[in-house]
Design a protein around this ligand. Structure first.
Ligand code: CMC
Length: 432
């Protein structure tokens, strides 16, 4: 942390002492006021629901400039990573701080590839779920259950254990997601195949059957790889903060990542792409493009409770750089699969056109986010809507585990324990 020359001063209007707080500079982005001495000095807490003004940690993994629409992993712009790297390059980068050279890449790819199988007993664990269970319910359970199978990598004070658990989580997530899908379809599980790429292997485990040879479509492989890259990390979002908070108690990495999966499920976070596609399908069933205007009126009416899913972002207030890249992929996939005239895609484009012109959205700086397009891409590939968030979880696992690791290596690391502004009853007696 680099100390700034500036200092922040706080004086409370009741004549109490004036307190000075140090300010730290980041390498880029807003400075932070170090208020750790606030409570000791004033007896007061800060009040910041949703943490809109709070830097919860120091991190060197991901940088977002929401006003500029900039996203960097370890300093590299997402636009370059998305076109010049594959997902495992990005995993290596996020975990280790730099892109791998050829030898490092070969070694890393091999390590991940060698950990893609899951303990056979997990198949029986999975079989305990109902076949119509939501994949995120299944995934939360499966990821948590990994800690019951891989005891040999749960010592968080051992850097080698932390490394192995990171590799295991990254390697096994595609296998678990594909297993959850196959189970919902009543189809046999497809085992990983080591001669395929990380993403190619996932596509095969999803769509192959034992009855015939599976031929990979490189456009589909590339599109999913890009989805993985764009979702790999995103600073201190809700699920990442959940992983850090959960992990701060010293729990094992599988348990901490399971908490992240559970958080991601919500429609305001990773569940947005599923919710977005459901919204498009409903709109399509109720009149399609002709009814977009009416639908938008509902969205703008606060009492309707309807939100335009796939629009808006807590941090990006000009545009989501991932959305631009995803829109490109969306066009590529639809054209390669001969789906350019897909009515849902046309509907999405019409919604986007209206929203980008409508003062309601313009004034509130609401733009399409990555999930507006990623749902359309996944649907075109043949991934069922209910699996979208599980795919997001697969991609985000590397970010979660890197952030968890960073937290444990931080000398200032403490168990997370926010306080509150209490407004309940004051102390009273039980009158009985
Ligand atoms: N549709 C309609 N109105 C909206 C929307 C939307 N999607 N998003 C925000 N608003 C309005 C909101 O009603 C409020 O209006 P007013 O100022 O009149 O009260 C204003 O815009 C600010 O909204 P907010 O809820 O305070 O904004 P936020 O920054 O807290 O919320 C958000 C961000 C992502 C939760 C929200 O935009 C949303 O619910 N979007 C739809 C869900 C979605 O697509 N989420 C995916 C985010 S990208 C994936 C990820 O990174 O996890």
């Amino acid at each position: 942390m680099q100390l700034s020359d500036k200092k922040a001063k706080l004086s409370v209007s009741d004549g109490g002492p004036e307190i000075e707080f140090p300010i730290y500079k980041g390498s880029v982005g807003p400075d932070v006021i170090d208020i750790r001495k606030l409570y000791g000095g004033t007896g007061m807490f800060t009040y910041d629901p949703g943490f809109l003004s709070t830097a919860s940690c120091e991190s060197s993994i991901t940088y977002i400039d929401g006003d500029k629409g900039e996203l960097l992993y370890r300093g590299y712009p997402i636009e370059q990573l998305a076109v010049k790297c594959d997902f495992l390059d990005v995993c290596y980068l996020i975990l280790n701080g730099d892109l791998p050279d050829a030898a490092q890449k070969l070694d890393f790819d091999q390590q991940v590839t060698r950990h893609t199988m899951v303990n056979e007993q997990l198949h029986f664990f999975l079989r305990g779920f109902r076949r119509d269970a939501h994949p995120m319910a299944v995934l939360t359970g499966l990821v948590g259950a990994l800690s019951a199978f891989y005891h040999d990598s749960t010592d968080i004070s051992n850097p080698y254990h932390r490394h192995v658990s990171a590799i295991r989580l990254i390697a096994k997530m595609p296998t678990l997601v594909a297993m959850a899908y196959k189970y919902s379809q009543g189809q046999p599980f497809i085992y990983p195949q080591n001669n395929l790429s990380y993403t190619g292997n996932f596509v095969r485990m999803m769509f192959a059957t034992p009855c015939e040879e599976y031929k990979l479509n490189p456009v589909v492989e590339k599109a999913l790889d890009r989805i993985f890259i764009l979702h790999a990390d995103h600073e201190q979002n809700a699920s990442t903060s959940t992983v850090r908070l959960c992990g701060s108690s010293g729990t094992n990495p599988f348990a901490a990542i399971a908490a992240g999966v559970a958080c991601l499920w919500g429609p305001a976070h990773g569940g947005a792409n599923e919710a977005c596609l459901q919204m498009l399908e409903e709109l399509q069933a109720n009149g399609g493009v002709a009814k977009v205007g009416e639908f938008m009126e509902q969205v703008k009416d606060k009492n309707s409770g309807v939100r335009l899913m796939g629009f808006g972002h807590r941090v990006y207030k000009n545009y989501d750089p991932r959305a631009k890249l995803m829109q490109e992929t969306c066009k590529e996939v639809l054209s390669s699969l001969g789906l350019e005239n897909d009515p849902l895609f046309k509907l999405a484009m019409e919604l986007e056109r209206i929203a980008l012109e409508d003062p309601y959205f313009v004034e509130r700086k609401l733009y399409p986010n990555v999930d507006f397009y990623s749902g359309i891409v996944q649907r075109a590939i043949g991934i069922p809507t209910s699996l979208f968030t599980a795919i997001f979880a697969l991609a985000r696992t590397v970010g979660w585990i890197a952030q968890w690791n960073e937290m444990l290596s931080d000398p200032d690391y403490k168990i997370g324990r926010p306080r509150q502004l209490y407004s309940g009853s004051v102390s009273r007696d039980v009158k009985r």
